[in-house]
Design a protein around this ligand. Structure first.
Ligand SMILES: [Zn+2]
Ligand SMILES: [Zn+2]
Ligand SMILES: [Zn+2]
Ligand SMILES: [Zn+2]
Length: 370
């Protein structure tokens, strides 16, 4: 497990699974965790506005670089173009091009498929930045929970089809596929995973029969479930401005940050910056207290019941947080912009907002800077 945790440690129990608690008293406004993504992509809708390599928004006055063979990725500089082509895009270009022109419409399904292709490429080309406490390895990705038994059959069928599609990418890249075969030699599925695989594919993986191709397919299927339960959206106010809620422009895996539980009255907020995520304390947190983020937007018009149903459907748990149990605490007022009712910005520590006047321990609206 990754090391440098000044403020958080992982606990686990039957009720909450694995979760972060504070190792000491944390002051409101303190930055408690930063993580560089394992992989991150711009949403397929956003590739015209965001560099696929560094995830910076394009400067309208500067030239944009692209892949010589396709129109699916764009870069802010020649350096970004060269780095991304070499690391990822040369390997994925053909497959991605086929996907986008054929039957996969732009949208979330394509996005997570792309994120997984890049995750596999990184894993199988051994591009693991070891020794950097900010970054994770594939081992951390693989340790994420799949919750595969919780998805409904429609979702599982979708994941099955995406797994079959991603497998064609590996079939066309034999070098990667051979490496994966070696990596999977001693890989074992968990009991619930085997049962779900059997349910979805009509058969279970049989270790004795050594069905390597089916093992790869099953592994991809479980990896999709892991991604679906644990990926983070990257957000900005640059697409539609601050009169709309945070706008997603990308998708990323932060496997060392998946231990934040949910609360509708969260004590931890986060912002994403390019390929990184930064968590900060929204209020004082006591030593031993659970550190929670909100998995869903908090300035919304959902009733308590709708919010709970949404959490149950998408994240598979009954929310019993402070707000859900007594409706008393209202976090919305504290952590969303109070300058202007029409602004959807979140209050973030001033040190995280580039253009804000630096003021230790004070908060500023990240969207309107007020
Ligand atoms: Zn760039
Ligand atoms: Zn290309
Ligand atoms: Zn709740
Ligand atoms: Zn604001």
């Amino acid at each position: 497990m990754n090391t440098f945790e000044q403020f958080l440690k992982i606990k686990s129990d039957k009720v909450f699974g694995r979760y972060f608690t504070a190792t000491k008293h944390i002051k409101k406004g303190e930055i408690i965790k930063t993580e560089l993504s394992y992989t991150a992509i711009p949403d397929s809708y956003a590739t015209k506005k965001v560099c696929t390599n560094c995830l910076n928004f394009f400067d309208p006055h500067c030239s944009v670089f692209k892949c010589v063979s396709c129109d699916n990725v764009k870069y802010c500089s020649e350096a970004c173009q060269e780095m991304d082509m070499k690391k990822f895009h040369n390997l994925e270009c053909c497959y991605l091009n086929k996907l986008i022109t054929e039957d996969t419409p732009l949208g979330y399904t394509l996005d997570y498929q792309w994120l997984l292709i890049r995750t596999l490429i990184r894993y199988l080309t051994n591009d693991e930045e070891k020794g950097n406490y900010l970054s994770s390895t594939f081992k951390d990705v693989n340790l994420m929970c799949s919750n595969c038994e919780c998805f409904d059959s429609e979702k599982l069928l979708e994941f099955r089809n995406i797994a079959l599609s991603i497998k064609t990418f590996l079939d066309a890249n034999t070098e990667l596929k051979e490496k994966l075969k070696i990596h999977l030699m001693f890989y074992q599925f968990k009991k619930e995973e085997s049962a779900t695989i059997e349910k979805v594919f009509g058969k279970a993986y049989n270790e004795e029969a050594n069905e390597t191709d089916f093992k790869i397919l099953s592994f991809l299927f479980i990896l999709i479930c892991k991604e679906e339960c644990n990926s983070f959206g990257l957000y900005s106010f640059k697409l539609e401005g601050n009169k709309s809620p945070r706008q997603p422009f990308g998708l990323a895996l932060f496997p060392l940050s998946v231990f934040f539980n949910h609360s509708c009255y969260p004590n931890v907020g986060y912002v994403t910056r390019n390929k990184s995520i930064i968590f900060y304390a929204l209020m004082d947190i006591n030593e031993g207290e659970m550190a929670c983020i909100s998995y869903v937007g908090i300035k919304d018009s959902l009733s308590k019941q709708e919010r709970k149903e949404n959490l149950k459907k998408n994240f598979f748990f009954n929310c019993e947080c402070k707000k859900c149990s007594n409706e008393g605490g209202n976090m919305v007022e504290k952590i969303t912009c109070h300058f202007d009712n029409a602004c959807f910005g979140w209050m973030v520590p001033t040190k995280l907002v580039k253009d804000a006047k630096f003021n230790e321990n004070e908060f500023v609206c990240e969207a309107c800077l007020n």
